[in-house]
Design a protein around this ligand. Structure first.
Ligand SMILES: [Zn+2]
Length: 220
């Protein structure tokens, strides 16, 4: 996070046995914010929201996998049903319609199907804790995967597109390795080497660090 904006905070809350990085992003001055990718463990997410004293403006999804979206419906319900769920791109609708089925496969019985209040798409800008974020469509790991970019903060919410030292898996029936590499090359790397990102699993990184050391994108 840019040092010039100490009021904006990104708190990582690892959720589900898959240790997915749910993120509470909020403004310490206004106490308004968003939760990104509440995959499960909703009580822990609620505790983080309460501890930070944050009023949630929206629940944001990067893509339709269970560890990212499985707790979204429950979180919305526990907050009184008024906080909208937004994203991902509508191409992930079949995944969001099958979260309960995924839950049975992965032993995550609490997962619930979810239909966002609003689909998002590339080219739109969304305000998170008062800060505008651009939306990029980066398919390959999931057909409707979205990445959220603040050019001013030099900060990206990456989901499962690019990790520190790795990339999102594409060994699903709908997976597309070439599309993922293409999205990283044409949309993510050009954001700039100084840009920091949080990703869905493990520690975050910078675009520059991955450009030189990530074995999956060498030669890009
Ligand atoms: Zn995923």
């Amino acid at each position: 996070m840019a040092q010039s904006e100490p009021r904006l905070r990104a708190t990582v809350i690892p959720v589900t046995p898959l240790q997915q990085n749910c993120v509470l992003f909020h403004d310490d001055a206004t106490r308004r914010g968003v939760v990104v990718d509440p995959g499960g463990d909703v009580a822990r997410i609620r505790a983080a929201i309460d501890e930070a004293g944050v009023t949630l403006e929206r629940i944001l999804l990067t893509h339709g996998h269970i560890d990212h979206a499985g707790g979204a419906a429950e979180l919305k319900e526990t907050l009184g049903g008024t906080v909208p769920i937004e994203g991902p791109d509508r191409r992930d609708a079949p995944l969001l319609d099958a979260l309960e089925e995924q839950g049975r496969q992965f032993g995550l019985a609490s997962a619930r199907n979810v239909r966002p209040d609003r689909w998002l798409e590339e080219g739109e800008t969304i305000e998170l804790a008062g800060e505008p974020f651009e939306i990029l469509h980066c398919p390959g790991h999931a057909p409707g995967h979205l990445v959220y970019v603040s050019r001013r903060l030099r900060f990206v919410i990456m989901g499962d597109v690019l990790f520190r030292g790795s990339i999102g898996r594409t060994d699903f029936a709908y997976g597309d390795h070439d599309a993922l590499i293409d999205a990283i090359r044409t949309k993510i790397l050009p954001l700039g080497d100084d840009v920091q990102f949080l990703c869905g699993h493990g520690p975050g990184s910078t675009i520059g660090e991955e450009r030189v050391s990530n074995p999956f994108i060498q030669g890009s």
